[in-house]
Design a protein. Structure first.
Length: 270
């Protein structure tokens, strides 16, 4: 049995992207830097509608294979040339795609539907890749989500998660921030209460699918909604801790694709 998609949810990233353009232009950046965000929105909306039209059995197969492919794509970053010894991106022509932000939600989503051993192995492998890249921001956000997923099923995995996240923070990250990518939220706050409030609202509405999932009759959906909420909140929080990309509002397709991946894993809008 297929599920319906909530059309309004497909447009939720639009205010954050638009606000990012406004703030970036106020600080001298070109609006074309956000073209990948817009393209990712279009692709994400199409994928969400297409997924919602599949049978439940086919949806499960798609999610399973997507999780395996996601791990492989995040691992592929280690084979890239990287930037100053940091390997977080897959290059698609002129676009550098942050693989973890784009694909990690598929692994989180599949974990609850798999056995305890499969879920723990896949999640810890994914987290370990971030220690090699290194990417402490994503590792921390993922760590919070992984704890939510594994705590009740494999409490010992929590210790491994904490160790991997701590190890990632021990790795040097020499990259300097780009204003319209990593500092766009800080700039919005610095531009006064109006833009700061608009940023809070634009990012806040992106939690609606997760909040809706918390009300679902299915326990697994509720736990997944919590995990995705912690993950997305962690991504936002990390931008105030280090030079990490602001999801959706900062220029870049990765986080936009990742948000739609979360929406799809919540069955295109529960």
């Amino acid at each position: 049995m297929s599920v319906s998609v909530k059309p309004a949810y497909l447009l939720l990233p639009a205010p954050a992207v638009a606000l990012g353009v406004v703030v970036a232009m106020r600080h001298g950046a070109s609006p074309m830097a956000f073209a990948p965000n817009v393209l990712a929105m279009v692709l994400g909306a199409i994928a969400s509608v297409a997924f919602a039209g599949q049978t439940a059995q086919r949806q499960q197969r798609i999610l399973g294979w997507a999780a395996v492919a996601a791990c492989a794509l995040v691992g592929l970053t280690l084979a890239s040339s990287g930037l100053e010894g940091v390997h977080r991106w897959i290059r698609l022509g002129p676009v550098w795609l942050n693989a973890s932000m784009a694909f990690s939600p598929w692994v989180l989503g599949a974990a609850l539907a798999r056995s305890r051993a499969w879920a723990s192995a896949m999640l810890l492998a994914l987290l370990g890749l971030h220690a090699v890249q290194p990417d402490a921001g994503q590792a921390t956000a993922l760590g919070a989500a992984i704890v939510a997923i594994t705590l009740r099923r494999s409490p010992l995995s929590v210790l491994a998660v904490l160790a991997l996240v701590a190890g990632t923070w021990m790795r040097a990250d020499p990259l300097s921030p780009v204003d319209h990518v990593e500092r766009i939220l800080v700039l919005a706050v610095s531009d006064g209460p109006l833009l700061a409030g608009a940023a809070v609202l634009a990012l806040g509405v992106l939690f609606l699918p997760m909040v809706q999932a918390l009300k679902h009759a299915n326990t697994e959906y509720r736990w997944l909604g919590m995990a995705f909420g912690l993950y997305f909140a962690g991504e936002i929080a990390m931008t105030f801790v280090g030079n990490f990309p602001v999801p959706i509002m900062g220029a870049g397709a990765g986080a936009v694709l990742g948000w739609y991946a979360m929406l799809i894993n919540l069955r295109a809008g529960v």
